[in-house]
Design a protein around this ligand. Structure first.
Ligand code: TYM
Length: 321
């Protein structure tokens, strides 16, 4: 059975980049194999330093993900810190991980450049991520393009471990969607909380509208034809509108005569409509707060069954048994 795994950090409210880059593909893969999805709360400690906020974010991510279609009966959904073997395996892996490999990580350099504390945890982040993946003998890891280097590092670390201690870990493959590898944010850069350019999946109507209307465009006048290529409006519209509606908008871009304000209104309407069923489901789930705890406890029990076997195999390989 194909083992699928992915994780998401509880660092804030989930946005369209998370949804189209990772959540939707992960939800689609639920029936393609044996899927494990988790909330990476150990990882979030590298940037979230308020315990109450962390707890609230974990619940928020669980709620959002389930509302979007993650079905805890068809996959195993759990919280990373419920399985401390992630951290133990990270230590074992750290002893085979070359410093040079971590020093080349873009993500670490970017985060420090943006002002995050240059802690050891942030530096060792990719090793913990490798542990997350290898602990479940994962074959396939659906992620956005920003995680590609982390997946390459995971493969390198697994190979190093296997070379030193004999074949212990399965080498995983990333799965990166072509259309959704990098979802652009309001300013055209990759959508990311740290760039302050996000559109939240469950934003309130007014907030959503204001954000979409604030999307950055060039200054082509209303009458003139507008460039279709590299248009953020169109890139986002393609994710949420029907093929016919997209074609129509592309045509109107090329014809000229319609202003960006109109296109943005249409984009807002399409986003709002796309997530209507998810909003309904989220409201239902919110009425039943104990349900999330029950789902995560059940997920942890199932995840532990796999993790226990693999961590024991790793301990034995290095000589701790
Ligand atoms: P995180 O929490 O930053 O993001 C979760 C997922 O969302 C994707 N994503 C995007 N995809 C396309 N366009 C965007 N603008 C965009 N923004 C976010 C990310 O690529 C990611 O797939 N290190 C991981 C969490 C993690 C993990 C793991 C993932 C921890 N352990 C093991 C896979 C396997 C992260 O920070 O994702």
């Amino acid at each position: 059975m194909l083992r699928i795994l992915s994780g998401i950090q509880p660092t804030g409210t989930l946005h369209l980049g998370n949804y189209f880059g990772m959540m939707r593909p992960s939800i689609a893969l639920q029936d393609e194999g044996d899927a494990y999805y988790f909330i990476a709360d150990y990882h979030a400690l590298t940037s979230v330093h308020d315990p109450d906020l962390l707890r609230a974010n974990v619940r928020g991510v669980a709620l959002d993900f389930i509302a979007c279609g993650l079905d805890p009966r068809r996959c195993c959904f759990f919280r990373q810190s419920d399985i401390p073997a992630h951290v133990e395996l990270a230590w074992l892996l750290s002893t085979v991980t070359p410093m040079g490999l971590l020093e080349r990580a873009h993500s670490y350099k970017d985060k420090v450049a943006r002002g995050l504390d240059a802690s050891h945890g942030l530096f060792a982040y990719p090793v913990l991520m490798a542990a997350d993946i290898l602990l479940y003998d994962s074959a396939l890891v659906p992620v956005g393009k920003d995680q590609k280097q982390h997946l390459e590092m995971t493969r390198d670390i697994a190979q190093k471990f296997n070379d030193r201690y004999g074949n212990t870990f399965r080498i995983p493959e990333p799965r990166i969607g072509e259309e959704t590898a990098v979802v652009p944010g309001l300013d055209g850069q990759k959508m990311s909380k740290s760039y302050h350019n996000t559109i939240e999946i469950f934003a309130e109507e007014k907030v959503l509208k204001k954000k979409v209307m604030g999307l950055v465009t060039d200054s082509t006048p209303v009458e003139a034809p507008k460039p279709v290529e590299n248009s953020t409006i169109l890139a986002l519209y393609r994710l949420v509108a029907s093929a016919a509606d997209v074609q129509q908008m592309e045509q109107e871009f090329m014809n000229g005569g319609v202003g960006y304000g109109d296109f943005k209104k249409r984009l807002f309407g399409a986003i709002w409509e796309y997530f209507a069923p998810q909003r309904t489901r989220r409201a239902e789930l919110e009425r039943n707060p104990d349900e999330i705890d029950r789902i995560l406890a059940d997920g942890a029990a199932r995840a532990r069954q796999v993790a226990d076997v693999v961590i024991e195999r790793a301990r034995e390989a290095v000589g701790l048994r």
